[in-house]
Design a protein around this ligand. Structure first.
Ligand SMILES: [Fe+2]
Length: 111
């Protein structure tokens, strides 16, 4: 899954790649910021996973969304300042989770 950022700040998921990509492809875990405060964490219980990020949710600095990526399916939840950045989803071994901080870009971990 590629996450793109255009020059004007638009963020997009690349759902199908058929040619040259002109926007910046964001690289996960590539910003010099606290890994622990940005990377999605997993609490796994039976067939469910609670995916969350231990990050502040202030007006100027917050997690905008978390995306769970099963490969053939993605689930995205959007957040606002003051929200609790977490979601409960089905657990699959090898699933990935991405988080996006409005100041520190894209982060990823594997369940
Ligand atoms: Fe941040």
């Amino acid at each position: 899954m590629k996450v793109l950022k255009s020059q004007n700040g638009n963020i997009a998921l690349l759902l199908k790649e058929v040619g040259e990509v002109n926007d910046t492809v964001l690289k996960a875990n590539d910003v010099d910021a606290s890994f622990e405060k940005h990377v999605p964490q997993f609490d796994i219980f039976e067939d469910k996973a609670e995916v969350f990020v231990s990050h502040v949710m202030e007006e100027e600095h917050y997690i905008e969304w978390i995306m769970v990526d099963y490969g053939k399916e993605q689930i995205i939840r959007h957040f606002q300042p003051g929200d609790d950045p977490r979601m409960v989803v089905d657990y699959q071994e090898g699933m990935k989770a991405y988080s996006y901080c409005n100041k520190h870009s894209l982060w990823m971990s594997e369940g």
